[in-house]
Design a protein around this ligand. Sequence first.
Ligand SMILES: NC(=O)c1ccc[n+]([C@@H]2O[C@H](COP(=O)([O-])OP(=O)(O)OC[C@H]3O[C@@H](n4cnc5c(N)ncnc54)[C@H](O)[C@@H]3O)[C@@H](O)[C@H]2O)c1
Length: 253
Amino acid sequence: MKVGIIGCGNIGTELALFIQKETNLNLMYLCDVDDDNARKLKERLRDVKITSIGDLITNSDLIIEAASKDTVKDILNTLDLFEKEILIMSTIGIIENMGTFNKIKGCRIHIPSGAIAGLDAITAVSGKITSLTLTTTKPIQGLRDCPHIIKNNIDLKEIKTKRTIFEGNLKEAIEGFPKNINVAATLFLKSKFKKMKIRIIADPETKTNNHEIICKGSFGTITSKTENLPSKNPKTSYLAILSAMQILKDIKN
Ligand SMILES: NC(=O)c1ccc[n+]([C@@H]2O[C@H](COP(=O)([O-])OP(=O)(O)OC[C@H]3O[C@@H](n4cnc5c(N)ncnc54)[C@H](O)[C@@H]3O)[C@@H](O)[C@H]2O)c1
């Protein structure tokens, strides 16, 4: 299976090295808007080619998106995705292009569980949920430069103890935290529950990205909690990378 990776940053790099070391998949193409990132990763790999996003999509059997929500739009709008496998990390990009996503046929889209746990159960109870809450607690450095922080003049340096800095729905969470609330997008894609409530807490004392899900309905209550150590990128939990690796292990070559 010919593999192409879009996005040669933190996740793309870890997945590329993993593919060549631990799987029989044939990593052939890389692409990144930042030429340096693509070049640096190429130097650490065997026999890969840097290419354009269009050529990568056309020539790969398995497309790995580890770039940005805008890249997801480009992939979903590609006319011929027939029989391709696509792994999407920037799940916010799916939410923002739901119309196109729902129309796609004939290819397999893999959505890793990312930094949360219990999505198998949440998927199973989809349609029977009466309330769903995601509470995300992050270290201060993981929240810098988010639009919600800037818009509301929140001085992160002033936060000395745990503080709720956001409460709202999925749309508001995506607007306020467009790069670091993929967990909420993934949770929606699996639960299909439109009234999900999201709370974001800034905690100057925590070293982990924590996600607590409480899901209630006719089945009872599902509670799941992860305390994630960050990867090399403080905004990305290591578990998110491991969950994508697990999908790659499961894809039969
Ligand atoms: N699903 C999850 O649970 C989860 C968890 C963590 C991160 N993410 C998402 O995964 C993506 C990658 O995360 P990361 O930690 O590797 O980020 P990163 O910033 O380390 O790397 C992203 C790379 O993609 C490149 N890029 C950006 N836009 C591009 C485009 N349009 N075309 C080609 N390349 C482009 C950047 O230049 C960079 O090299 C982000 O969108 C992030 O929000 C998802």
